[in-house]
Design a protein around this ligand. Structure first.
Ligand code: NAD
Length: 384
């Protein structure tokens, strides 16, 4: 079974879907691994390291994909007209493609038409058995860490209280909005750096998690917020009245913050606006806001996706794209391990190939297409 690893070509994408470590493990499973030349460079992995692990270095995408039965990607392959290389057309029929595909119906249909078995790893069910394959968690964790480190670098004062012979510098007030995977890591990182950390979320379970990390909970709670979590553990979309009450509590708190990190997402929707322009104007000059949700529309009204904005009152808003990609060495390593775990879980040792049982909960969650048809319940036409 030939496994191909492509160079990522989409803007701001610095990660790679396999590392020398995972390439070696795939070779141990009986695969031939082909890595497109330069695929790991933006993650700090030279071709020579893949070669030393036993991988073949292919000169381009076409050479890597020739005869491949498994294709590993971070983001969806480019289709015709999307870039210099039509990667999709180069993937052999029958190959299994894994990555964070974020496919819409048209893309799912395109995979089906191309005869590709496409697995969208971001759709993995959030169950205990799947935790070690969960790309959303591994990447959000690193994004949360990186956001705080970048906030500290952009802040022209210190995070910890510093008592020096020349006097004392007070600790930074750090407020984390959204305490899911990214937010909890942001809280832990803010605390490790010595900040005075508080956090908010709408899910009732998050309050205890915030407190268990030593941060103060700040938030609005109501009968509605008691039901704010879906069965899958995600936040629900709440009423306009709830958001208005939440904004009142948050507005008073934000005015006193030096650092705000926003991570709030509601599945399948634009990220909620939690920090209004007025709230930003209430902050002190030199304060820093990091909007990890920028790529999902942003939690801050003044965020410009992909940019650093300095407001008239001197507040910096970091709304960069792809926060995991800003710590590409670590995020590639975890993403690659997530894919390795997925494939080893469903590995047929005799056939030396993956075998994805259609009835398995994880496979059902991830698989978009099979045998030339769209099979995912989100897209497949209802059976008569
Ligand atoms: P996410 O990325 O979808 O959202 C980030 C956070 O934003 C969430 O905590 C959400 O509640 C919060 N949020 C949404 N609207 C908000 C608002 N108006 N104000 C403040 N906060 C708001 O979430 P996630 O990090 O993917 O985690 C979602 C859930 O999944 C959590 O309960 C987490 O513990 C759970 N989880 C389970 C597993 C597993 O069991 N395998 C793995 C990962 C995460």
């Amino acid at each position: 079974m030939r496994l191909a690893v492509l160079k990522e070509r989409r803007p701001a994408e610095t990660r790679v879907a396999a590392t020398p470590e995972t390439a070696k493990k795939f070779i141990g499973l009986g695969c031939t691994v082909a890595v497109e030349a330069g695929a790991g460079l933006a993650s700090g992995i030279p071709d020579a390291e893949y070669a030393a692990a036993g991988a073949e270095i292919a000169r381009d995408a076409a050479a890597a994909l020739k005869g491949a039965g498994i294709v590993l990607k971070i983001r969806a392959p480019l289709a015709a007209g999307e870039g210099a290389v039509d990667e999709l057309s180069l993937i052999p029929r029958g190959a299994l493609l894994l990555g964070q595909l974020q496919a819409d119906e048209a893309q799912a249909n395109a995979y089906a038409k191309a005869g590709i078995e496409a697995g969208a790893m971001e759709l993995l069910p959030r169950i205990t058995r799947a935790q070690s394959m969960d790309i959303l968690s591994s990447q959000a964790n690193l994004a949360g860490y990186r956001a705080v480190v970048e906030a500290a670098a952009a802040y022209d004062r210190a995070f910890p209280m510093l008592m020096t012979a020349a006097g004392t510098i007070s600790a930074a007030n750090v407020f984390v909005m959204g305490a899911g995977v990214a937010g909890l890591q942001a809280i832990a990182t803010g605390r490790r750096l010595g900040g005075r950390v508080s956090a908010t979320d709408v899910r009732p379970a998050a309050k205890e998690e915030i407190k268990s990390l030593g941060a103060a909970f700040v938030g609005y709670e109501s009968e509605e917020s008691k039901q704010a979590q879906t069965a899958g553990g995600y936040a629900k979309q709440l009423s306009a009245e709830f958001y208005a009450e939440q904004a009142k509590v948050v507005a008073a708190h934000i005015a006193k913050q030096d650092i705000v990190v926003t991570t709030a997402l509601v599945q399948g929707r634009k990220a909620p606006t939690l920090v209004t322009a007025e709230m930003v104007r209430s902050m002190k000059p030199g304060s820093v806001i990091v909007d990890i949700a920028a790529d999902a529309g942003g939690n801050v009204a003044l965020t410009k996706p992909g940019e650093l904005v300095t407001t008239e009152n001197g507040v910096k808003i970091l709304g960069y794209h792809n926060w995991p990609g800003r710590i590409a060495g670590a995020s590639s390593s975890l993403f690659a391990r997530n894919l390795l775990t997925f494939l080893t879980t469903f590995w047929d040792k005799e056939a030396k190939a993956p075998k994805l049982p259609a009835e398995d909960e994880i496979v059902k969650g991830v698989l978009l297409t099979r045998g030339g048809s769209v099979v995912h319940p989100s897209f497949a036409p209802a059976k008569a």
